[in-house]
Write a protein that binds this ligand. Structure first.
Ligand code: NAD
Length: 717
């Protein structure tokens, strides 16, 4: 054995030929990743190799199904707290280990059997050749965390892949499957999984025999990019045009810093180039966006861990049923079926059942067009949905999701009826968006089996499911619903009951803040533009058009009843006024904007003068409000209600609240969520901002929790 570690083992594969295997195989986990111990062992293993003179070639392999998943962000995040200079030196030192590995006096081939991501990808780039198995994947996803590759990835990547391809890989953070990896130059060959190591060894042997010029391959990575100034300028200009058309550098500075570093080190030798990459990385790691995005990653892990814990006591679900074949019921049926779960879909109208099935067919056809589904698989998926007008098979189902109209009386009647037909231990879940679960439970004989299961629209695209615990809901019902959400490919977050639960309870004060700005005469187009520039996928006017003004008005009434002190305005708002004038949003082609269908059949939004005329009736002022005031007022209403949900124990932690807002309503991810946003402003500064707007109403007053936190110098994270 040349080196025996807990994470890395190095030994001869073929001692006579002098070929060594450098194996990543963590003895204490199911995945290889670059954590602190792996980094230490990497350096030790390189030292052990440097000390030998009997090695002629080496293959890098993995003992796990994943090659190397990347750096262990939970461990590395600590380094980001260091000063920029300290961070640079730490990173520079670690780069020396990669360089020393690269400089070993023999050829090296990486055998990529599974995902080689981030640091894992960079590990393969120090080899002269890379062979990928059919199940392999490679990519540099660091910009998703607000940083960029810092272990030579942008340097070796730009030499090996070319400027256009490395810019794309870094900016999009995407994972490359074998064919594409080969095309862009991440790998040199793709082979069957079971032939991977043998192929890598063959390649090493060819290098040893001198059939392949591995020294030239290495030299390419040590030298500047082989393009003249004009060619470089053209490549960078077109690459930047493509990248910045999609990513706003102010919102995602890591992408801009990566591009800048690649441009700066293009004409440098490796050792100088490392200094440039390291400096850019350290700058990116110190941005608030990196803190927010790394925080988001950690919150995502937290939410997944909690879901796993919650689902431990779950019933097995082999069949589900959904009541209602409308927008949501149809979406739920499609989602269940596409994840392999048979589902009965019941409605009272046959035309709704037909609509539900045709929507599912449309979605599946798109998958077939994209090559993601075969026609046979599409047929199989559709056959899992059983549309029906009667309760025939409900006696067998494990869980029924109610998704009928948002009317408490109708829901109570439907739930009581279905309860009398299902098995004793079947779970009943309601997809209500606002009505309290404890209230609906009153209609039931077995309230312990009743739970909220709030999907978001469109179901197939929105990742979040709020699982709502009513006063009498059992842990078994929670566990089973969480497990079902996971089975359907969604991320469940368990919350306690109140009108609107977590996400809608927070969203309505935000719409309230929008209505108040309208009342003061602020232009809704300005509000939308400002909030979109802030990072929201759509501004509030556009959002309410998509949700439906009828749905918005109806939801607002439920919320006003639940929280009159801050959600019951003493004036008629613009949203309600437009609704009363039969402007329902996208669903009838006119809301704040008017809509036409584009060539692809999607609604295209256009300005509508008539909206301004209508809104005059609810305007009491015509103030000019600057952009910052719009942001502050909208965000205060949103963030304050999030904090009140924490105070009321509707949601258990800031991490879950932040994740729910990002997944449920598209809170700008690079801001990390409302609690992170408050932290980044500074809790005391934020409280001061609330005080500035407190005269506008209770929704703007700083919640007691924040006042205490500010006094004690506390933060959420
Ligand atoms: P929808 O009007 O599109 O569909 C409701 C369906 O229920 C209709 O097909 C109707 O025929 C059917 N129905 C009525 N009474 C029934 C009964 N007794 N048995 C079986 N079917 C019956 O409504 P939707 O938008 O799908 O909303 C359904 C539920 O989901 C509501 O509670 C709503 O608040 C909630 N929700 C909606 C959204 C959204 O954006 N649309 C998002 C989250 C949650």
């Amino acid at each position: 054995m040349i080196f025996q570690g807990n994470k890395i083992q190095v030994d001869f594969l073929d001692q006579a030929a002098g070929i060594v295997e450098f194996r990543y195989d963590a003895k204490d986990g199911s995945v290889n990743k670059f954590d602190q111990q792996t980094s230490t062992e990497y350096e030790q293993a390189v030292g052990a190799l440097e000390a030998r003179d009997d090695i002629k070639g080496l293959v890098v392999t993995s003992g796990k199904s994943v090659f190397i998943a990347g750096a262990d962000i939970t461990e590395f995040v600590g380094h980001f707290q260091r000063s920029q200079q300290e961070l640079e030196s730490w990173l520079y030192e670690f780069n020396q280990v990669f360089n020393r590995f690269e400089d070993l006096p023999f050829p090296k081939v990486a055998a990529i059997n599974g995902a080689a991501l981030g640091g894992g990808c960079e590990m393969t780039l120090v080899c002269e050749y890379r062979v990928m198995g059919a199940s392999g994947q490679i990519g540099l996803p660091e910009t998703k965390l607000g940083i960029f590759p810092g272990w030579g990835g942008t340097i070796r990547g730009s030499r090996l892949l070319g400027i256009d391809n490395i810019l794309e890989a870094v900016a999009t953070a995407k994972f490359y499957k074998p064919d594409e990896a080969l095309k862009v130059g991440f790998v040199d060959a793709v082979v069957a999984d079971d032939a991977l190591v043998d192929s890598a060894v063959d390649l090493v042997k060819k290098c040893i025999k001198g059939e392949l010029d591995w020294q030239a391959k290495r030299q390419e990575k040590l030298e500047p990019i082989k393009l003249n100034q004009l060619e470089q300028a053209m490549a960078f200009n077109s690459g930047k045009g493509m990248i910045f058309a999609k990513a706003n550098p102010k919102q995602y500075p890591a992408i801009a810093l990566a591009v800048e570093a690649i441009e700066k080190h293009a004409n440098l030798q490796r050792d100088e180039a490392v200094k440039v990459e390291v400096a850019g990385f350290a700058k990116a790691a110190k941005t608030p966006q990196a803190a927010a995005l790394v925080g988001l990653f950690l919150n995502d892990q937290l939410v997944k861990k909690l879901a796993k814990e919650h689902s431990k006591a779950a019933h097995d679900i082999t069949e589900a049923a959904v009541l209602g074949a409308g927008i949501m019921g149809g979406g739920i049926a499609y989602q269940a079926a596409s994840k392999g779960l048979p589902i009965i879909m019941k409605d009272i109208k046959s035309e709704q059942l037909e609509l539900g099935m045709s929507e599912a067919t449309k979605l599946l056809s798109k998958q077939v067009e994209r090559g993601k589904f075969t026609p046979a698989k599409m047929g199989e998926t559709l056959s899992r949905i059983r549309p029906t007008l009667n309760y025939g098979d409900f006696g067998e189902t494990d869980i029924v999701i109610e998704a009928v109209v948002e009317n408490p009386k109708v829901k109570e009647a439907v739930l009581a009826e279905v309860e009398s037909l299902v098995k004793e231990d079947a779970i009943l879940a309601s997809n209500t968006s606002t009505i309290s679960i404890t209230r609906l439970a009153k209609a039931l004989k077995r309230p312990e089996n009743f739970v909220g299961m709030h999907f978001f629209n469109p179901v197939h695209r929105m990742p979040l499911v709020e699982v709502i615990r009513g006063e009498q809901t059992s842990e078994k019902a929670i566990a089973t619903t969480v497990a079902l959400a996971q089975k359907m490919g969604k991320t469940p977050i368990v919350v306690n009951d109140c009108p609107g639960f977590l996400v809608n309870r927070v969203l309505f004060p935000y719409f309230g803040a929008f209505d108040l700005l309208l009342k003061e005469g602020v232009d809704f187009v300005q509000i939308d533009k400002v909030m979109e520039r802030f990072g929201w996928p759509m501004g509030p006017a556009y959002l309410i058009d998509v949700v439906g003004l009828d749905t918005g008005v109806h939801g607002a009434e439920v919320m006003a009843e639940g929280f009159p002190d801050r959600m019951k305005p003493d004036y008629k708002g613009g949203i309600k006024h437009l609704f009363e004038n039969n402007r329902l949003g996208q669903k009838n082609g006119v809301g704040f904007y008017k809509y036409e269908t584009d060539k692809k059949g999607k609604p295209k939004k256009m300005a509508d003068e008539a909206t301004y005329e209508l809104l005059k009736a609810v305007q009491t002022d015509s103030r000019q409000v600057d952009d910052q005031e719009i942001i502050d007022r909208m965000m205060i209403a949103f963030c304050n209600e999030t904090v009140r949900c924490l105070e009321d124990n509707i949601v258990a932690s800031a991490g879950e609240a932040d994740m729910a807002m990002i997944m449920g309503v598209g809170f700008p991810p690079f801001r990390g969520g409302p609690c992170r946003y408050i932290d980044q402003i500074g809790v005391a500064n934020y409280v001061e901002l609330c005080n500035k707007y407190a005269h506008l109403g209770k929704a703007y007053e700083a919640p007691a929790k924040l006042v205490t936190m500010a006094a004690n110098g506390e933060t959420f994270y």
